[in-house]
Design a protein around this ligand. Structure first.
Ligand code: ITT
Length: 186
């Protein structure tokens, strides 16, 4: 089964397909853009995005919105992670956390799947912490500063670890299970 994936980010498509192939699913990148609404909840951003794209392409489609939620910063940058990454990047985040002992953070991914029956949301969360400095060259975005809970290496140092435990892996797993179960017809 093939499903269109509206995103500007090829890394997301690759990571989604690592999960998809176990289910015989393939996610095909389309570059249809959509407005990202201002809402603190990544699920709402994904929901509105998926609806917007479906209205244009008229075929089943997913969009995915991810946020990095840092506890000591009251959940910042959260659903504004893309804007913040462009403006201050990993160096800016490390600076904001300089001297901070509480490094706890989590990634939340929300996939919005939309077809003629409406939108369904699939979420994945991974807890972890923000490293003291950037480490690793793999992955993208905040991967060089994120260490998943119970591990020592960042996602950028260990992409196989990311593939096993990430927010995206969990969200895509739920989506694929639901798609192959045919529950969308229920
Ligand atoms: P879209 O076109 O799908 O929106 P994007 O890269 O802008 O692509 P998001 O808005 O979901 O995606 O991402 C918010 C920010 O968080 C952005 O700067 C990403 O680089 C970063 N990000 C998303 N997923 C990530 C991951 O798995 N690891 C590290 N950083 C991630």
């Amino acid at each position: 089964m093939k499903v269109k994936f509206a995103t500007s980010n090829p890394h997301k498509v690759r990571e989604g397909n690592l999960v998809g192939k176990k289910f015989g699913m393939e996610f095909i990148q389309i570059k249809q853009s959509y407005p990202e609404i201002r809402d603190e909840d990544v699920s709402r951003v994904a929901e509105e995005g998926a609806r917007f794209v479906f209205d244009r392409v008229k075929e089943p489609v997913i969009v995915e919105d991810t946020g990095l939620f840092i506890e000591a910063l009251n959940g910042f940058p959260g659903s504004f992670s893309s804007f913040v990454f462009r403006k201050i990047g990993n160096d800016g985040i490390l600076k904001l956390l300089r001297g901070e002992k509480n490094r706890r953070a989590s990634f939340i991914s929300a996939i919005g799947y939309c077809d003629e029956n409406g939108v369904k949301i699939f979420k994945g969360i991974v807890g972890g912490s923000i490293a003291d400095k950037k480490r690793g060259v793999e992955g993208f975005g905040y991967d060089p500063i994120f260490i998943p809970i119970n591990y020592k290496r960042t996602f950028a140092e260990d992409p196989d670890l990311k593939a096993r435990v990430s927010h995206r892996k969990k969200a895509f797993q739920k989506l694929c299970e639901w798609l192959i179960s045919g529950s969308k017809k229920a």
